[in-house]
Design a protein around this ligand. Structure first.
Ligand code: DAT
Ligand code: MG
Length: 149
């Protein structure tokens, strides 16, 4: 199933200079970059993005953290990209994330877990539309794709 997903290097990942490392992992996997930008998230956007967590004890801290510095927002495309990218990110809490995953390799605590990724086709569509305009998403072919599919 060809899908798109929304992935984002969080402020901790940007400050720790992990953008290149993270992009590189998805590129080498064979996934296809459809859009990307460095941006600062407004409190309004943060509350919308994390709307499902409103009312939870960590919500205020989560909004404060995600707005605390620039993030690197991305759209990636590929067969089953939502599930594949979640696997590559690792479990939400870095203490449970396996070595070899992004959170397992670079994170320590749940509040600073380096990367966000959509967890379902519905959240992917919602989050892509929240962060990107249609014209910011680029359609193009890479000849390498015939060696991946
Ligand atoms: P994920 O980012 O793996 O989709 P989530 O949607 O359950 O995880 O939570 C969103 C973010 O909120 C998560 O990346 C880090 C933060 N978070 C989740 N549970 C938390 C907790 N118990 N304490 C502090 N922060 C938490
Ligand atoms: Mg989530």
């Amino acid at each position: 199933m060809m899908q798109k997903t929304f992935l984002m290097v969080k402020p901790d990942g940007v400050q720790r200079q992990l953008i290149g490392e993270i992009v590189s992992r998805f590129e080498r996997k064979g996934l296809h970059l459809a859009g990307a930008k460095l941006m600062t998230i407004s409190p309004e956007l943060a509350q919308q993005h994390y709307g499902e967590h409103k009312g939870k004890p960590f919500f205020e801290g989560l909004v404060e953290f995600i707005t605390s510095g620039p993030v690197f927002a991305m759209v990636w495309q590929g067969e089953n990209v939502i599930e594949i990218s979640r696997q590559m990110m690792g479990k939400t809490n870095p203490k449970d994330a396996l070595p070899g995953t992004i959170r397992g390799d670079y994170g320590v605590i749940v509040g600073k877990n380096i990367i966000h990724g959509s967890d379902s086709p519905e959240s992917a569509e919602r989050e892509i539309n929240l962060f990107f305009n249609q014209e910011e998403l680029v359609e193009y072919n890479k000849s390498m794709n015939e060696w991946i599919y």
